[in-house]
Design a protein around this ligand. Sequence first.
Ligand SMILES: [Zn+2]
Ligand SMILES: [Zn+2]
Length: 442
Amino acid sequence: MTKNELKERVYAAIDRRAEEIVRLGERIRKHPELGFKEVKTARLIEETLAGIGLKPKTGLALTGVRAEAPGRAGDGPTFALLGELDALVVAGHPDGDPATGAAHACGHNAQVAALMGAAMGLLDARAFDALSGRVVFFAVPAEEYGDIEWRVAQARAGKLEFLGGKPELLRLGHFDDVDLSMMIHLTSRPEDGKTGVPASNNGCIVKTIRYVGRASHAGGAPHMGINALYAAQVGLTAVNAIRETFRDEDTIRVHPIITHGGSQVNVIPGEVRLETYVRGRTVDAILDAQKKVDRAFKAGALALGAKVEIETLPGYMPMACDQTMARHHEANAGALVGAEHYRQIGHRTGSTDMGDLSMVMPILHPYVGGATGSGHGADYKIVDPQLAYVTNAKALAAMAVDMLADGATGAREVLKAAKPPMTREQYLAFQRGLARRETYEG
Ligand SMILES: [Zn+2]
Ligand SMILES: [Zn+2]
């Protein structure tokens, strides 16, 4: 059987399960959970994988779920297909969980449904008879790097070290036996076409900033206080003033939020907390920008005579997609959505922890359409479930065939040409080296 014949069999098997795959994606969409807390979603994935005869391992980096299916046509590389479990808090999203605010405003529910669909299709079509090596089906936690105070508390309690899902899974060794990997992210941008592969994505580091002033009576004795909120305001203004020094080609993004602005209105704020990312196209650009950002935040403390504590946390590495895998995806897209709907996407200024995997192995992170509205926005919604869930599943499964059929020649070709910039040990050492806590007394 040729690869294309095998793919057609898998596509037909996925089509037979289409309703089930869409239902799964919609069910996850209606039960959004934040990163490292995706308990219900993880249980659903565990049940689904067990239901098709796999033996999932659970609780990986708190909530990750992983199952393997060996090919029966000989030894070969291990190819991981991924789907992200988590949602994020977006004010005003109509599907937001009333208790947590979590909403699937980034479409990760579609990734997980597609991952399950790919597993179903490959197993139903008995594709593993013709594949070498192994496929790992891996539902991974916490791509959205938020909810930071809770995550830092987990780290202090020894339950996490890295605060993003894939870095933590890498640390724990759950990718040690994986040679190459892929996931497909939803997109709502019309310019991305029905599917496309980005040239690259920004990386980021993450900071928490805590201004400490002195509380006092806001009416009776403001002169006795040190206003931490005004210190923060000066810091934010200084951050905005340095933006003109960022070069366009570095695509720096700095977007702080205030997470705690004061204790109550008749008290001069004695403590104010902020969080920010510093994103950029290259590690050097990020490191250069973060120095300026730290300096700007210190300016607020200096102006008011307050203290500022800046904690720098490792974030996500810039991402580069493997070009050999990208060519396979482009060919598959031609068959699935029509070549005219495929896009070579340029640099994207968001960040993803697929970037971290791209440091240590060849990866592919295409986008697929089917959503409208603004990513991370209250109007984000899936409008083409067939494309978002079912075609997405087919594209994942097709890559498993491309990589592992014919004695896994596809995967071997990728691995031969790929030059990941770091070993796994170098990656962990680099990320750990970014972590820093600094106190500045103004
Ligand atoms: Zn997102
Ligand atoms: Zn996302």
